[in-house]
Design a protein around this ligand. Sequence first.
Ligand SMILES: Nc1ncnc2c1ncn2[C@@H]1O[C@H](COP(=O)(O)OP(=O)(O)O)[C@@H](O)[C@H]1O
Ligand SMILES: [Mg+2]
Length: 372
Amino acid sequence: MRVLSVQLRDFRTYARAEAALGPGLTVVHGPNGAGKSNLLEALYFGCTGRSPRTHNERELISFGAQAARVVVRGNDGAQQHELSVAYGAGPDGERGVKRMTADGAAVMRLLDVDFRPLLSVFQPDRLELLKGPPAVRRAHLDQVVAAIWPLRANDRREYSRVLAQRNALLARIRAGRASDATLATWDRELATAALAVREHRSSAVELLAEPFAQRAAQLGLNGDAALDYRPRSRAAGVDEFVAELQAKLASDLERGFSGHGPHRDELAILRDGRELRLYGSQGEQRLALLALLLAERTVLARERRRTPLMLLDDVMSELDSQRRELLAAELSADGQSVIATTDLAHVPGAGDARVARLRVSPGTILQEALAA
Ligand SMILES: Nc1ncnc2c1ncn2[C@@H]1O[C@H](COP(=O)(O)OP(=O)(O)O)[C@@H](O)[C@H]1O
Ligand SMILES: [Mg+2]
């Protein structure tokens, strides 16, 4: 689905606002605090039902208002689509209520709506993907798997479910309230799901590896950039995985939870064989993150014929002019993207007729240019 417009109601700085996106690049500009990130966040929220910035959705509601609402309209060829998310504050301290619709019908999860746009976000917080603990990268890799092969996300959910059951059983055995006789059936189920998850992650990394190395080189990351998936288990099949589990049973029982399996894998992001997490500068980590997101975009376009809507918050300020040109060219080649910047001059081609331009100031969005 191509996004045509977004409508905001009591969302952060916006009481009531609307903006049209271009078919390719849309530039959002305005000084610090004007509401650029808020607008990008609203787009993400309207397409996914989540915020990329916060888990506390209360923060999204404009100060003094009771509910925030975002409506995203778009099309898929001749087919019109509409997604909406409304979040109402609960009474003091209680959870609020979220309502989501897709083409007018209530849905539990927008993520499962097949015509919704895929999204990819670059924002300063996302550096956590390079700097943070392995769990952040695992979760991201699993999202990439789900975006490339939506059905394979079931294996990840199944793995979590079985892992939780096995952990609960370990805790009961440890407390002397269960025998370890039933553990064997859980071990086999865990092994089956674990091997599927490992397989999917490894296939995704295989697809990403080359485009990632290429993008990183183009963006000027010195040295050879590489992705290295490091699964915990080397098991060739279910039996071997079960044997690995059994070898670790004593320590699992001691701790009361499973210490072996894909929930302990790592996706290492390397430059000349060394982890950027440990040895990369902030600038290098930024380039690597951008290269990874662009590589994912390439892979999704190739494998699913769907290019994610890219939301790039404040990416240009730290790139030199040559890299800005490169990024702008790459983004304009295919799919939709929205770039937020304080300085219009930092976005090459911002004045082109094909580029939509929005100027924001607290509470308002001025549609400066509608893309031709
Ligand atoms: N729920 C809210 N209601 C009203 N204003 C908010 C809310 N949440 C954040 N803000 C305001 O939004 C502004 C920041 O907007 P932001 O989009 O991050 O700016 P920028 O253009 O620099 O990206 C701040 O002034 C902040 O006080
Ligand atoms: Mg911002």
